[in-house]
Design a protein around this ligand. Structure first.
Ligand code: EPZ
Length: 418
């Protein structure tokens, strides 16, 4: 397994272009299964989750031409409707395949995704929503087997929680269902808007995307379409926090800054010196930041996917900070590793208390999940001494060429292939 060797006391400068959003690309690539016509995508991030999804769709018989950040998907011929455990466990977003296959073919068989480091990750909201559209499910030997008597039929579906994946699954399923679907308490993330905008280009009839109520009028056929994936707001937020951790001037470009309003408000409250434009942010050197308290929450609240990164920054701020994690039940796996790097963080149920004014010291640390691992890289860049980060594959799932990008900004970092 690859390792990253990171020298501390880094200073970064210059600018970084934010790559396409993993959490937008995954559902949009899956949505191609709804149609017999080609889908052309640009600004697709070259991250492992996307590469795994491409492999999965090719198993279904989908023809995909992949050239750098562009995909040409031809889903005309699908010759398999099942996804096995070894693929699904590596990439939980595979569960999104249920909606399109049930909507287009009336059947689908997918391995139960199982849990991951950050939680049990149940799919009950997905299955109950799809059942309201007329799908029947059985669990057979660890597989979810979905079937539809004739065709899915639009319905009113109220989600008990604004689940991102469940909203995406139900939204895609409703596109070819008969009649109108109303999704109440829908997730409002920008990735839902991006998926909806791509589906509309394919011929779907959708309104209300980005609000908590989405309306879909079922259609019978879809057409050829092309779409540019939005930039990754979590990657953008990660680089903003990196510049603050290293107290360096850095410009983060090519992303819609509106999508990071919650993070920007928190960082300004901490005293960060930020110049905000529509599609870029300049982080400027400034005085030591102040502590604060934050709760993660569904969009437009503070994103759980930036919780670990903000925690690294809070270790260096003045005073005591707190983070309450309300989305996942086990998303503090980075805490023991940050403490190995010299942090002083304690966890009580869903709340972490972070003592500030720490100085990281290099050590051997272990990545556990995608966002935890990047929080360790951020701390390691600030640390005195060298850090070795093990299990780098977690990082590669969501950050494109992370060590090349950081090196280009001035960080001494190299990958040791094992
Ligand atoms: C998406 O996961 C993202 N993944 C996650 O990003 C992100 O953290 C999460 O949304 C929240 O914003 C992708 O988009 C591929 P949820 P998802 O359904 O859809 C519970 C990353 O680092 N729940 O909104 O799985 C669930 O257990 C990843 O890029 C149910 O109980 O998130 C969790 O506690 C990590 N039943 C909460 O809802 C269900 O049927 C939020 O989950 C579904 C979810």
């Amino acid at each position: 397994m690859d390792k990253l060797i990171i020298s501390g006391n880094s200073k970064i400068s210059g600018s970084v272009n934010v790559h396409g959003s993993k959490n937008s690309a995954l559902p949009i690539i899956v949505s191609s299964l709804l149609s017999e016509k080609s889908l052309y995508l640009s600004n697709v991030p070259n991250v492992v989750d996307v590469l795994n999804l491409i492999k999965l769709l090719k198993n279904y018989g989908v023809k995909i031409a992949h050239n750098k950040n562009k995909l040409q998907i031809n889903p005309e011929k699908i010759n398999n409707l099942s996804a096995d455990y070894d693929v699904v466990r590596k990439m939980r977003a595979s569960i999104l395949i249920l909606g399109p296959l049930l909507s287009r073919f009336g059947e689908a068989r997918i391995s139960l995704p199982g849990g991951c480091a950050i939680g049990t990750r149940p799919i009950d909201i997905h299955l109950s929503g799809l059942s309201k559209l007329g799908a029947n499910f059985e669990i057979q030997n660890g597989f979810v087997v979905g079937s539809v008597k004739s065709k899915l039929v639009g319905n009113k579906i109220k989600l008990p929680f604004p689940s991102v994946g469940a909203t995406e699954n139900i939204l895609m399923a409703s596109v070819l269902a008969k009649g109108e679907t109303k999704i109440i308490n829908a997730a409002r993330e920008p990735e839902i808007e991006d998926l909806s905008n791509c589906l509309i280009k394919m011929g779907a009839k959708i309104e209300g995307q980005g609000s908590n109520t989405i309306y879909v009028q079922g259609v019978t056929t879809l057409k050829k379409a092309q779409h540019q994936i939005i930039s990754d707001r979590i990657v953008a937020g990660t680089f903003i926090i990196a510049a603050l951790i290293l107290n360096s001037n850095l410009e983060i470009k090519k992303f819609n800054t509106l999508y990071l309003k919650s993070l920007i408000n928190i960082l300004k409250k901490m005293g960060a010196n930020l110049k905000i434009n529509e599609n870029s942010i300049k982080v400027l050197k400034g005085p030591k930041l102040k502590s604060t308290s934050v709760s993660t929450s569904p969009y437009p609240g503070f994103p759980t996917d930036l919780q670990a990164q903000l925690m690294s920054l809070m270790c260096l701020s003045n005073g005591k900070s707190k983070i309450k994690e309300t989305i996942f039940e086990n998303r503090f796996m980075h805490v023991p590793e940050l403490n190995r790097l010299g942090a002083n963080i304690t966890v009580e149920k869903d709340t972490a208390t972070i003592l500030g004014n720490q100085k990281f010291k290099g050590a051997q640390v272990m990545a556990s999940d995608l966002r935890a691992s990047i929080s360790l890289v951020l701390a390691a860049m600030n640390a005195n001494g060298q850090t070795t980060l093990n299990r780098v594959y977690h990082l590669d799932r969501g950050y494109e060429n992370i060590e090349k990008t950081l090196s280009s900004l001035g960080v001494k970092i190299k990958r040791k292939k094992n």
